[in-house]
Ligand binder design. Structure first.
Ligand SMILES: Nc1ncnc2c1ncn2[C@@H]1O[C@H](COP(=O)(O)OP(=O)(O)OP(=O)(O)O)[C@@H](O)[C@H]1O
Ligand SMILES: [Mg+2]
Length: 269
């Protein structure tokens, strides 16, 4: 569904070139959930922006559904760390926005079915009764749920998420991860999920790609073959979850080795 072949991306800046990604080969199968973890600055957001068509690779090819990515597409939805809701629009109005934009572009009138779907999505993430509220009347976690509904309302084939829960408190974060797991089990969009949380990656992903420090390259890909629904509470698979978390923690620290060596050999004090 998503294919990156020999993808590199360099940014030209006044201070010189920054090589963000180098020679990335990555395939995400239809309906698969891939988590991407790696140190800050290793190119995770750049990778998502390439798949979203917001950025062109310097080298290599990116394709979605067999077609090269040239621009943002309607069937590829994005979700960021901040919800970015329109403050003057109601919760429901925000969720319907992508449909309106698309409808206007194609002169299609919004159908009752689409409004119904938007309402059902909001209800499914616990926002029944909040449809008419304005964004500022909601908590951060609730706003991010609205953003999730907005991303899902167009029935995307691909869902790209850039640290979508990292601005939230730990409990809300867990709750949203649980809801995302539910959504993914039901709708199965092909998903790339960038996170700093190994726990989140293990809870949600079919596979976890570990990127090495800049220029970002795929260091390892770990399969998480634990049956769903998964949880961190006491359950039959707790040992498997713990083992995967430990494995990824070690790997992530290993990608840090050059930095550590530098620090160790630096001047004391
Ligand atoms: N538009 C840009 N112009 C110049 N350099 C950029 C641009 N976007 C990203 N970079 C550089 O590319 C590298 C990778 O950035 P990117 O945002 O992809 O990292 P990241 O893995 O998402 O980091 P974080 O975990 O902090 O979000 C960084 O060194 C960054 O400074
Ligand atoms: Mg980022």
């Amino acid at each position: 569904m998503i294919e990156l072949t020999g993808v590199s991306r360099t940014f030209r800046t006044r201070a010189g070139d920054i090589e963000a990604l180098r020679a990335i080969d990555l395939t995400v199968a239809e309906g698969e959930f891939l988590a991407v973890i790696g140190r800050s600055g290793c190119g995770k957001s750049t990778l998502l922006r390439l798949v979203a068509g917001l950025l062109r690779p310097t080298e290599g090819r990116v394709s979605v559904g067999g077609a090269p990515v040239a621009r943002p597409r309607r069937d590829v939805a994005l979700m960021f760390q901040r919800p970015a809701l329109l403050p003057w629009r109601s919760v429901l109005g925000n969720v319907l926005l992508p449909l309106e934009i698309h409808g206007q572009a194609h002169r299609i009138k919004q159908s009752a079915g689409e409004r119904e779907r938007a309402r059902a999505l909001l209800d499914s993430v616990g926002l029944a009764g909040f449809h008419k509220r304005l964004p500022h009347e909601l908590s951060g976690g609730m706003q991010q749920r609205v953003a999730l509904c907005r991303a899902l309302v167009q029935r995307p084939r691909v869902l790209l998420m850039d640290e979508p829960f990292s601005a939230l408190d730990a409990l809300t974060r867990e709750e949203l991860a649980g809801q995302l797991q539910q959504v993914h089990m039901e709708v199965r969009p092909t998903t790339i999920f960038v996170t700093h949380s190994i726990q989140e990656a293990v809870l949600l992903a079919d596979r976890v790609a570990v990127l090495g420090a800049r220029p970002g390259r795929v260091r390892r890909i770990i399969a998480v073959d634990i049956p769903r629904p998964r949880s961190f509470g006491h359950n039959a698979h707790l040992a498997d979850v713990t083992a995967r978390v430990a494995e990824l923690t070690d790997l992530l620290h290993a990608t840090d080795a050059p930095m550590k060596a530098l620090l160790d050999s630096g001047p004391a004090g």
